[in-house]
Design a binder for this molecule. Structure first.
Ligand code: ATP
Ligand code: MG
Length: 208
């Protein structure tokens, strides 16, 4: 049996890493195999591209360049890691994937949804997440909770208007892919959110 491909999405500071770590602990504790990846990254080449994307020195990078770099990192990750793992029945969990490209580059940076749809299709082919856990929390609330944006991260230091556009982008994904894209209320405490996340995954994936 093929492994389940699970992605986590959401605006900055909504608790993606917190929930992904809980899932990692849970699967380890219950003896279930899974591969945990972060985007962009997950291979030597993709991590190098990640550095380029997040560096403050590259603040003149235009949206098209950014989108293509994300896709380049992803193409390497899919070919080298994700596709072989899924074929071997291993579950793959990814912190951000194509929906981030749609929301950030397609919507917030204004590249347009046609460009990003085509780019995602060319990059991923038939590798589509089985379930995407969207941690639903408006960026204003997420930033309050986190105590402000991280000024050293080029993407996080964008204005709140930018992050609102990201959120709107995710809402568009939710309208387009209601089956795959599962919205989880992320406003509760970490335990409450985790209970929703694990219930969803047990129902919709091979996670037990
Ligand atoms: N449900 C929650 N309630 C309150 N605080 C939370 C909750 N989940 C996570 N946090 C805290 O919020 C902060 C951001 O969480 P986390 O790093 O998991 O978010 P993220 O979505 O991965 O952020 P980023 O987009 O920056 O990677 C952390 O300090 C974390 O401890
Ligand atoms: Mg994170």
């Amino acid at each position: 049996m093929k492994g389940s491909f699970i992605t986590f999405e959401g605006c900055e500071g909504v608790g993606k890493t917190t929930q992904v770590e809980r899932l990692r602990d849970y699967l380890a504790r219950t003896g279930q195999r899974a591969l945990f990846l972060r985007e962009p990254g997950g291979t030597v080449i993709s991590e190098k591209i990640r550095e380029m994307l997040l560096s403050k020195e590259n603040d003149r990078m235009n949206g098209k360049c950014e989108a293509l770099l994300y896709s380049a990192a992803r193409a390497q990750l899919l070919g080298e890691v994700v596709a072989p793992a899924l074929e071997n029945g291993i579950n793959v969990v990814c912190d951000r994937f194509t929906d981030s490209t749609f929301a950030y580059q397609g919507c917030a940076r204004g590249l347009g949804t046609d460009f990003v749809d085509e780019l995602n299709r060319l990059t991923c082919g038939d590798i589509v997440p089985d379930v995407t856990v969207f941690l639903d929390l408006h960026p204003k609330k997420a930033f309050e909770r986190k105590g402000g944006a991280d000024k050293n991260d080029r993407l996080e230091s964008q204005s709140i208007e930018f992050h609102e556009k990201v959120y709107e982008g995710y809402m568009e994904v939710a309208r387009r892919y209601p089956q795959r894209f599962a919205c989880v209320d992320a406003s509760g405490d970490a335990d409450t959110v985790w209970n929703s996340v694990i219930a969803l995954l047990r129902e919709r994936t091979s996670v037990k």
